[in-house]
Design a protein around this ligand. Structure first.
Ligand code: FAD
Length: 382
């Protein structure tokens, strides 16, 4: 692709956040949007994720973003002209203590007040929704039928292909090596292929976003955390058609439409870790949880395991907005939920940059909340 050394906007990062943001900018009328990716599109966390989508959150901001993301996903295949693989089997949340019931119950009240139809359900109903479920040691269950999952590759490439028709130029194997600034305002990016002049730059570099921010001396308080995940051979459908998830139990499990079961858990102690290595310890621990919850899975084979990076923040809520450097924006820190939130995050940041009123006021997602000590931690996370 012919190299252009000027752009109206440069977006750094070819994951779902960068690609969706580029698309919504172009859709809102921004000309000459360039996206740079140091590797391949979807080669970062996006192509490694569980791709779950939910509105069952514990903070008001995440609930608002989550339900808006569902609204967007429900019409996304039509809008982009490509199937994004949306499947709405619901999320079934499992609680293991009275205290967790209280927390999830408070979350449900908040969700209901925002129009999210989540419900507290019995074990019998949980078993109707998830026929393979044992979970006799659980204390209670919450369910939201509109939650589900989509295909991260199909979704990202659907955005990319549509964005290209609107004039977005994507450059792969193009690494941002510096940000140029004049008189406190961004003026472009340095790359391994040359300079690009641009009056607006957006940092969507996922778990590496803090490295980009540090190029101009800004600390956005994010870090990478390695998470492992695995998938089994396909088995008869109906074992776990919903996403089965527990925050205290530390797991998420779902059966894909073709029968394979995909599942993951958080690393012990949540250390900052950028190594994409895979361990036997994970397969062993995850398999025990899987068989305990879904006894029918005993004896099935794991066909693949991999790892990817969560882009973490101290409150597990994202960072969206401008920095102290004028016209230098960040959209990162999605803390394990960036796939589902990308459609709405891309849309509202693009609206803001284009001078329109964003569908959701995201001013509280300013990264400086951490310096001010104003953050409220999201509890509904694995
Ligand atoms: C195991 C696992 C399971 C997950 N499950 C879910 C889930 O169920 N639901 C959900 O919503 N989310 C989930 N996530 C989180 C989700 O994957 C991320 O939040 C999301 O993909 C972030 O998208 P992104 O575009 O910001 O980052 P990425 O997809 O990582 O994209 C960032 C891109 O920036 C590029 N880049 C970095 N530095 C530079 C540079 N200097 N120059 C140019 N390019 C650069 C990288 O190469 C990368 O491609 C999961 C993540 C993991 C690891």
């Amino acid at each position: 692709m012919e190299w252009k050394n000027t752009a109206d906007v440069v977006v750094i990062g070819g994951g779902i956040l960068g690609v969706s943001t580029a698309y919504y900018l172009a859709k809102n009328g921004m000309k000459n949007v360039t996206l740079i990716e140091k590797g391949t599109i979807c080669g970062g966390s996006t192509g490694r994720c569980g791709a779950g989508i939910r509105a069952q959150w514990g903070t008001e901001m995440n609930c608002r973003l989550g339900v808006a993301a569902l609204d967007t996903f429900e019409q996304l295949s039509d809008e982009l002209g490509m199937d994004v693989g949306l499947n709405q089997g619901g999320y079934l949340l499992v609680a293991y203590s009275d205290k967790e019931m209280e927390t999830l119950g408070a979350g449900m009240k908040l969700q209901n007040s925002l129009g999210i139809q989540s419900r507290n359900i019995s074990l019998a109903e949980a078993r109707q929704i998830c026929p393979g479920l044992a979970a006799d040691d659980a204390v209670g269950f919450f369910f939201h039928a509109r939650d589900g999952h989509a295909d991260p590759f199909l979704t990202t490439f659907a955005y990319l292909e549509k964005a290209k028709t609107l004039g977005v130029t994507p450059y792969r194997f193009t690494e941002c090596t510096g940000i140029s600034v004049k008189d406190g305002t961004v003026t472009g990016v340095e790359t391994n292929r040359g300079h690009i002049d641009a009056p607006i730059v957006i940092n969507c570099a996922g778990a590496y976003a803090q490295d980009i921010a540090k190029m101009v001396g800004v600390n956005i308080h994010t870090w990478g955390e390695r998470h492992e995940i695995m998938i089994t051979e396909p088995v008869a459908p109906g074992v776990c058609p919903c996403m089965l998830m527990s925050f205290s139990g530390n797991y998420y499990i779902q059966q894909r439409p073709h029968g394979s079961i995909i599942c993951g858990m958080s690393p012990e102690g949540h250390p900052a870790d950028y190594q994409l290595k895979d361990t036997w310890q994970f397969v062993e621990a995850m398999s025990k949880i899987l068989v305990h919850l879904l006894p029918r899975t005993k004896g099935i084979r794991v066909v693949r395991q991999w790892s990817g990076l969560y882009d973490m923040t101290p409150d597990a809520q994202p960072i969206i907005g401008e920095t102290d450097i004028k016209n230098f924006y960040h959209s990162t820190g999605y803390s394990g939920h960036g796939f589902m939130l990308a459609p709405v995050a891309g849309k509202i940041l693009a609206q803001h940059i284009m001078g329109k009123k964003p569908d959701i006021d995201f001013s509280m997602l300013d990264y400086r909340r951490f310096d001010r000590g104003e953050h409220i931690r999201e509890s509904n996370v694995v």
